[in-house]
Design a protein around this ligand. Structure first.
Ligand SMILES: O=C1O[C@H](COP(=O)(O)O)[C@@H](O)[C@H](O)[C@H]1O
Length: 238
């Protein structure tokens, strides 16, 4: 595995020939980190992303027999839709991760009934503050536009989303390119994770990642790598 140092952004590149091999390897790393956290503090806090990429990884992780009853799972971000929607990240997690051994985990979603997405993010922040922070494991995804979590380049409040000193836990996102209003963990909460992984697949995303690392135009994914307290572990397959 190659280890890259780019100015302040440090990351390790883990490339796999097959997506299923990536899924199994990432699942093994995550399960190991969760087990270590449980041994150290009696609990583990995991935040995962949604979209289309993680399904194989979720399925691999769900069958690894760790002490899932001591694991709390939440989302890095969520589309502002109910779990029954095909766009729901919570729905993806329920169908693919919270199965098999992992069905014993506690899941804390981000979508809840509220008068507005601003009210929803405030209610989420109140609800999530009681979780056993800091995050032990975060698994990020990335779009070809360089967004990660719901930090979209055209978000109305991108500076606030990417503020590494923010006291906020969950923030609302309005971005024309996002498809619908979003909820996202703040960058400040994400970058303090004990293990921060980025899971991307396909040539387009490899090129987008390399471009984001090389570009002077700081894409959101670069902001996360720059602020991360530990080198980000990038898992990629064609
Ligand atoms: O909209 C989202 O996009 C990213 C990337 O999704 P993918 O489908 O390209 O893997 C995802 O990480 C995020 O959770 C999701 O809300």
């Amino acid at each position: 595995m190659a280890r890259e140092q780019l100015n302040s952004a440090a990351y390790s590149w883990h490339a796999f020939a097959e997506r299923q091999d990536l899924a199994a390897a990432l699942a093994g790393h995550v399960a190991g980190r969760l087990t270590n956290a449980i041994a150290e503090r009696g609990t583990a806090l995991l935040a995962v992303s949604g979209g289309t990429t993680p399904a194989k990884f979720f399925a691999s992780l769900s069958s690894i027999p760790i002490a899932w009853n001591k694991v709390t799972v939440t989302l890095v971000d969520e589309r502002c839709v109910p779990a029954s929607s095909p766009r729901s990240n919570a729905g993806l997690v329920a169908a693919n991760l919270l199965q098999n051994a992992a069905a014993a985990a506690r899941f804390v979603p981000l979508y809840q009934e509220a008068a507005s997405i601003e009210d929803m993010s405030e209610a989420d922040s109140r609800m999530l503050r009681s979780l056993p922070w800091p995050l032990d494991v975060v698994v990020l995804g990335m779009g070809t536009d360089g967004h990660t979590a719901s930090f979209f380049p055209d978000a109305d409040n991108l500076e606030k989303l990417l503020d590494p000193s923010s006291a906020k836990v969950v923030l609302p996102v309005h971005a024309a390119s996002a498809g619908e209003p979003r909820l996202t963990l703040s960058l400040a909460r994400i970058v303090r994770a004990g293990f921060l992984a980025l899971h991307i697949e396909g040539e387009d995303k490899r090129k987008a990642f390399e471009s984001a690392m090389a570009s002077e135009l700081r894409k959101p994914i670069r902001a996360v790598l720059d602020a991360a307290e530990r080198p980000v572990e990038v898992f990629w397959a064609p």
